[in-house]
Write a protein that binds this ligand. Structure first.
Ligand code: NAD
Ligand code: MG
Length: 396
């Protein structure tokens, strides 16, 4: 007789798109999963609403200005949930013995400290925060190995590859030729450069298939999301960049593929709903219901594939360039991209200038320090400064 103990789960970034999909799956299986830690950046009322629903042991508001409201709101609701503030609290709770699983669902480099903390503490680490892998891939993989953590990808492409690889996801085994990431092409697939000159944030965030946070939505529109995912795949599956390819697949049904030396290609298919990926990661190596409807292939009718348009969307190539350069180049790419996307969302930078700004920052900082987390964070900070300094040249 197998006794199933309840997995105690910290959802970091609980108010986000991935956080809410994770909580949706968690709520479907109270006998297996329990959300014991929830965190948010500044949306304290949303965090309080989640606390009333999930009754976690701990709640963290990273922006300390909202701490009094969190503490008072928890007390008013009569909850025993303990209130915390700041990134240090996030890291402490991600490492705490009473937590089995950490869902790393913070957006951006802001997630790196808590992701690394969970890895070092040997947690089951459900990794959605791709920017932390891009920033500190080697450190993260070393921390996973040293801490004995179990890293399970929560990016639909990497989950697909994980599901299609032999055994425990080790790409060296079993005659893998290459990994093939699918890209939807985003909302501007097929458009000319000229037609993208004046587009604004809302058009860029209107993804045809996926509903996601605004930062990753812009990344999907520029194809930087696929670039970050190539870097992510490089680290997660120890695969050299020349063995990672990208194909555009507008229906987002095939989530990615593994190409084997014998000519077989394995694919994972599903609806574009992250609850499938999260249910897989939460229950792995088992499978549980996610609330996602089965695929209806006859209704979908056809699956299309085409090469990426590098001329209109140069960000993907910039990511390969960062892998090629090595060192801190990926950290610089990521930081410059975060500044560029945020400026674009505030209408301070034009869409087509996003890759131009990132390339200029990479040119300026091509020898940035990268030995250890402090060096990488310093390079991240320098890249942000350089991006801010250059941005006036591109005033939207
Ligand atoms: P989101 O913007 O919807 O949510 C982000 C979460 O992070 C929120 O809970 C927010 O409070 C928190 N947060 C933001 N800034 C923070 C900071 N400085 N410190 C601490 N917490 C902070 O984003 P999302 O779409 O859920 O994406 C989260 C991560 O998952 C990203 O790295 C994204 O690339 C990745 N991802 C998302 C999807 C998706 O479908 N949304 C798919 C694959 C991967
Ligand atoms: Mg993805």
């Amino acid at each position: 007789v197998r006794t199933v103990s309840v997995q105690r789960i910290a959802v970091l970034g609980a108010t986000g798109s991935i956080g809410s999909s994770a909580l949706d799956v968690i709520a479907r299986h109270p006998e297996r999963f329990r959300a014991t830690v929830l965190s948010a950046h500044a949306r304290v009322e949303e965090l309080l609403a989640l606390c009333r629903r999930f009754r976690p042991e701990h709640a963290v508001i990273v922006d300390a200005a909202h701490y009094p409201r969190l503490r008072d709101g928890l007390a008013e609701a009569g909850l025993a949930t303990r209130a915390h503030a700041g990134t240090d609290a996030l890291c402490a709770l991600a490492s705490e013995a009473a937590v089995d699983t950490v869902v790393a669902a913070i957006v951006g480099a802001a997630g790196v400290a808590s992701t690394l903390a969970a890895a070092r503490a040997g947690k089951r680490l459900l990794l959605a925060n791709k920017e932390s892998v891009v920033l500190a891939g080697r450190l993260l993989m070393d921390a996973v190995a040293a801490g004995g953590a179990t890293l399970i990808p929560v990016d639909s492409e990497h989950s697909a590859i994980f599901q299609c690889l032999p055994h425990d996801g080790d790409a060296d085994r079993g005659g893998v030729r290459r990994l093939l990431l699918t890209a939807s092409g985003g909302p501007f697939r097929g458009r000319s450069r000229e037609s993208l000159a004046a587009i604004g944030p809302d058009e860029a965030c209107a993804h045809p298939n996926w509903s996601m946070g605004r930062k990753i939505s812009v990344d999907s529109a520029t194809l930087m999301n696929k670039g970050l995912e190539v870097i992510e795949a490089h680290w997660l599956f120890a695969m050299p960049p020349e063995r990672i390819d990208v194909v555009v697949h507008p229906q987002s049904v095939v989530h990615s593929m593994v190409d084997y030396v014998d000519g077989s290609m394995l694919a994972q298919l599903g609806r574009p709903d992250m609850r499938t990926t999260l249910a897989y990661a939460l229950a792995w190596p088992e499978r549980v219901a996610s609330g996602v409807e089965p695929l209806d292939l006859a209704r979908i009718g056809r699956l299309d594939f085409e090469p990426p348009d590098h001329a209109t969307f140069p960000c993907l190539r910039l990511a390969y360039r960062a892998l090629d350069e090595g060192g801190a180049a990926a950290a610089v790419l990521n930081a410059a991209n975060e500044v560029a996307v945020s400026a674009f969302l505030q209408r301070r930078l034009r869409f087509l200038d996003i890759p131009v700004l990132i390339a200029a920052v990479m040119d300026a900082l091509h020898d940035a320090p990268h030995q250890g987390l402090d060096a990488l964070l310093a390079s991240d900070a320098r890249a942000r400064d350089a991006a801010h300094a250059l941005i006036h040249r591109f005033a939207a």
